[in-house]
Ligand binder design. Sequence first.
Ligand SMILES: NC(=O)c1ccc[n+]([C@@H]2O[C@H](COP(=O)([O-])OP(=O)(O)OC[C@H]3O[C@@H](n4cnc5c(N)ncnc54)[C@H](O)[C@@H]3O)[C@@H](O)[C@H]2O)c1
Length: 325
Amino acid sequence: MPTLEGKSVAVTGGAGFIGSHLIDALIEKRPSRLAVLDNFFLGNRDNLRDAISRLPGLEIVDQDVTDMAAVRRFFEARSVDAVFDLATIPLPASLERPHWSSKVICDLALNLCELCREGAFHTLIHCSSSEAYGSAQYVPMEENHPLKTETPYAAAKAAAALLVESYHRTFGIDMAIGRPFNNFGPRQNGRDFSGIIPRLIQRILRGETPVIFGDGQQTRDYLYATDTARGLILLYETDAARGQTINLASGREVSVLQIVRDVSRLMDWTQPPRFDPPRPADVRRHCASVEKARRLLSFSSAVSWEDGIARTVRWYREHPERLKG
Ligand SMILES: NC(=O)c1ccc[n+]([C@@H]2O[C@H](COP(=O)([O-])OP(=O)(O)OC[C@H]3O[C@@H](n4cnc5c(N)ncnc54)[C@H](O)[C@@H]3O)[C@@H](O)[C@H]2O)c1
């Protein structure tokens, strides 16, 4: 069984939301060397504060991973065993800058595929997204669910995963793909291009009515970010995961109405939400099959929605500076 102990590991997007939880979890695995590659587009050094105090040798490299020549120099300067690929431009940015964000998402994956093919590092663990499936054609959504993407972000994430799979089939690169469904937890970006949970908490903290786009019946399958980090590590540690794409999810549906209801209750907010017109290309329904993750990785979520949302609200209350001012 592949082990991370004593290995040299790099994480793209390691200063971001899920990436920083992955860095925390990787430290427990005692790698010989651990590096963050992040251009701080939305990454935040504060996300890595605990990690730095636990691992003073943590290398934080301010690097745009789309810059192939610079990234090649990074790998030439050190021996790296495994790369966890989490860098991304988030979905809301793809609604404002579709051409640029789609190109960046594809380039990020393509550069790592090419460098892996060249032997710059041994194993690529790529982080995809459930957005690659689009709205559920049926539930639960297993890994063979059609890729009927809605947004340019989703299409680019699907393309990136297909590129990683193609490099495995054509050139035999050592890889596995984790396909997380929606994530929640501390450190999610709450400023520009933020997601529904930080945005909702921010509005309630400001005394503003929560806003729901559409009827609120749209659903997501939420996984707590520390669970996602554990799943990505299991992908590396499991021989049977090589060459595979595996959903990382809870298998449970939560509607937007329920998110608003639960966050409102936790924050003692009693007024009803406002309903605005639906956002273009919003996914209607997401609920994962978690069977493959259970079978191949013995993975299941450890943090429930109820526990996780309470922890998340508490964290943002303690860190209001992480929300847009
Ligand atoms: N957050 C979710 O709900 C969710 C759900 C499914 C999949 N994912 C996937 O998980 C991964 C991590 O997402 P996240 O939510 O932590 O996002 P995030 O925005 O918090 O983190 C992404 C990081 O990538 C960095 N980055 C952006 N462009 C870069 C570049 N050119 N070079 C180097 N670094 C760059 C950003 O600065 C940021 O730190 C992504 O692949 C995303 O598609 C996220």
